[in-house]
Design a protein. Structure first.
Length: 275
């Protein structure tokens, strides 16, 4: 009985100066290795084509997860007297501590591990979570960082993947669909609009010629909504590509005698309907 009590209570090894130094070296080496990867990989990726850039950027979260696992694997035997009984006791204690003290962090961390393997987003992807849309620039253990079009950086906890839809615009591909919208007068013929806007897209310097160009029309209450859908060659050109399509598309439609109109706000329309 005394032996069993001794095995259960002697959870920790006797830490010497050398043991503390070893633990410090493991942490320092893993930290420095991660910082080196985090410094080098984005700079190398910037000089690669978009397709390879996305693949290379994904080395960062994978490296962090691997180094964390290696550090834990090396440090635990230095600190704990690893036996089956001690392992069960420590695991139970840590479970209770994590459950009460770091529940939110643990939820986000588990979601981060799931995100690495299920890949709802990757480094370099353009995603929307809630009202935030931007490029994934970093994936941490607890959160993902987005750089928005206005250059703001947003930090979003991974735990939101449990409760919200993740909209991924390119899903690991080197391009994504861009949409330029036009509202044209409903009392005019739509003949020729598709050809005009297709020519506008085909003559854009940002177009990815390997992808299709589509023109979609839909009747609205006060106008005909025309959508010009095309793909830029480079992900980061999406906003200037939409601007180019909108600018030249609008001028081309007006030049062809097609009226560009604006529609009243939906709330105003509902108010007038009630009146």
């Amino acid at each position: 009985m005394d032996t069993e009590n001794y095995d259960l209570t002697k959870l920790f090894n006797d830490l010497t100066g050398w043991s503390v130094l070893q633990i410090g070296l493991v942490i320092a080496i893993c930290f420095i290795a991660y910082q080196i990867v985090r410094f080098i990989v984005p700079r190398v990726a910037e000089h690669l084509p978009a397709r390879f850039r996305l693949l290379v950027l994904n080395l960062i979260p994978l490296t962090r997860l691997t180094l964390f696992a290696v550090a834990v694997f090396l440090i635990i035997p230095m600190v704990f007297n690893v036996t089956l009984k001690n392992f069960v006791l420590v695991l139970g204690g840590l479970g209770v501590a994590v459950g009460f003290a770091v529940k939110d962090w643990a939820t986000s961390a588990v979601a981060g591990i799931v995100a690495v393997f299920e890949r709802p987003y990757r480094s370099g992807d353009w995603i929307r979570i809630g009202d935030d849309y931007g490029e994934v620039i970093d994936i941490h253990t607890r959160s993902v960082k987005l750089r928005k079009a206005d250059d703001d950086v947003v930090t979003i906890p991974h735990s939101r993947i449990w409760s919200e839809n993740i909209v991924n615009a390119n899903d690991g591909e080197k391009t994504l669909m861009c949409v330029a919208e036009f509202m044209v007068a409903p009392d005019k013929p739509t003949t020729g609009i598709g050809d005009i806007l297709t020519d506008v897209a085909r003559t854009s310097p940002y177009l990815d010629w390997a992808r299709p160009v589509k023109v979609i029309m839909r009747n609205e209450v006060y106008a005909t909504r025309v959508q010009l859908k095309a793909y830029p060659f480079e992900l980061r050109d999406q906003f200037i590509f939409i601007t180019d399509l909108t600018d030249r598309g609008r001028d081309a439609l007006i030049g062809a005698g097609i009226s560009i109109v604006s529609t009243p706000e939906f709330g105003s329309y509902k108010q007038r309907s009630r009146d």
